[in-house]
Design a protein around this ligand. Structure first.
Ligand code: SF4
Ligand code: SF4
Length: 412
């Protein structure tokens, strides 16, 4: 199963990243390769952080053999939009993950991202890597509580000043000067704690839709005035990994990229890594042929549903949503929402709860590509192939796209 998954993931990412490689040219990758080699030899000299599991021992104990591991490394290299020559470096970076300290705090949330991180009965490489990273502090997973936990946090911050990655899960309530959420024995507000811990971090990784864009806590009428991390923290590198929950593969991708290059990955206009959010759900959906053919589920449980037809008419927001879950899927690559017959609700987009989480098509879709401006051709939306049954949607979508383009031009 793991073998097959890595092969298909690699094939899909290879096809997508070929364009990026050509665009950047050989000189760029030669320079990056040298930079990665230097970075890894520096990390190799560092002692693994205390009490950490040994990567090789752990991974082989869990039943992953060398061949599977190299397949994972190859698929992950493609996912990170790097040429295949980087595969041995990615494999080595995975082994050196325990040299970079991570501090994880939870604010207003349901802990769903932490759940996604730990939920596995047969861990694959991504999950094992998350086990061995140097997690110096985690509000929910650690055994310590109260003053003891606070002490542990302060010691980690002091010891790894300027070097740790701060992972943040959950939104930041801003109403009443942040009093809707406090952490720790001293009752420090989420807002103040976030600002304080961010100032000593190397970079901040906002995980899940709440930490990135406010998520469900920010849904109307948003009584706590909840916002995402990027609305509070200024002057620091921020990487957004939205989705509800964020995919553990993307968390690993971000840490791995940082270990490998010492830099944050290339980001889109919403601070999301392009390697994960440069893909539109709709373009990699197994039901896309049905969209193009005008074959839709009209209501839950009908013949269309039984035939796995397109879910656009029952509210799928795949055409407006950028995420790689249609490629890497969830639960060890077993499936994803559209695969099991539930339309995408756009959980990796800002304000998804208010804008997208309902079971009908959008009446005023403005389909923008954060990686490359507003979409221009109706062909990209499948109109060229629509049959009579689909024309209503096609015309509506085309009008929306043109409308989006026009209003975008007006705003420039
Ligand atoms: S509308 Fe949704 S179900 Fe239909 S092809 Fe697009 S992403 Fe897939
Ligand atoms: S299919 Fe859509 S709603 Fe579901 S996880 Fe992916 S982006 Fe989120």
């Amino acid at each position: 199963m793991a073998d097959k998954r890595y092969e298909s993931v690699k094939k899909l990412f290879d096809a997508k990243s070929a364009k990026v490689e050509t665009n950047r040219g050989e000189a760029y990758y030669e320079k990056l390769f040298k930079q990665c080699e230097d970075r890894l030899s520096e990390l190799r000299e560092l002692t693994p952080l205390k009490n950490r599991l040994d990567f090789k021992e752990t991974i082989f104990d869990e039943g992953v053999n060398r061949r599977d591991f190299m397949k994972w490394a190859s698929a992950t290299t493609a996912m990170l939009m790097l040429p295949s020559v980087f595969t041995p470096l990615v494999a080595e970076a995975a082994e050196l993950m325990n040299r970079v300290p991570v501090i994880w705090i939870e604010l207003s949330d349901c802990a769903g991202n932490t759940e996604a991180l730990i939920r596995s009965d047969g861990p694959k490489v991504d999950e094992i890597i998350l086990d061995i990273i140097s997690l110096e502090f985690h509000d929910t997973l650690q055994a310590a509580s109260g003053h003891q936990a606070e002490k542990q946090l302060e010691e980690a911050v002091e010891h790894f000043k300027g070097k740790y990655l701060l992972f943040v899960e959950g939104a930041v309530p801003m109403a009443m000067d942040g009093l809707y959420g406090t952490n720790g024995a001293k009752g420090e507000t989420f807002k103040d704690q976030l600002i304080r811990l961010s100032s000593d971090a190397a970079a901040i990784v906002a995980v899940g839709s709440c930490a990135t864009f406010g998520g469900v806590p920010a849904a109307a009428p948003n009584p706590t005035d909840a916002v995402g991390v990027m609305d509070v923290v200024k002057g620091k590198p921020i990487i957004n990994i939205p989705a509800c929950p964020a995919n553990p593969s993307n968390m690993v991708g971000v840490i791995l990229h940082y270990v490998l290059t010492g830099q944050v990955p290339e980001l889109d206009s919403l601070l999301r890594p392009k390697f994960a959010f440069g893909y539109r759900i709709h373009d990699n959906c197994e039901r896309r042929a049905h969209f193009d053919a005008g074959e839709y589920v009209e209501e839950w449980g009908d013949e269309g549903a039984k035939n796995n037809f397109c879910l656009y008419k029952v509210g799928c927001k795949g055409p407006m949503t950028f995420n790689n879950c249609s490629i890497i899927r969830y639960n060890e690559g077993v499936n994803w929402p559209v695969g099991v017959g539930r339309g995408c609700i756009g959980c990796s987009e800002p304000d998804f709860w208010d804008k997208y989480a309902y079971e009908r098509p959008m009446s005023n879709a403005h389909i923008k590509a954060p990686t490359g401006g507003v979409e221009k051709t109706v062909d990209e939306f499948g109109l060229g192939l629509l049959t009579a049954a689909g024309i209503g949607i096609g015309i509506h979508a085309a009008a929306s796209i043109v409308g989006g383009k026009k209003s975008n031009e007006e705003n420039q």
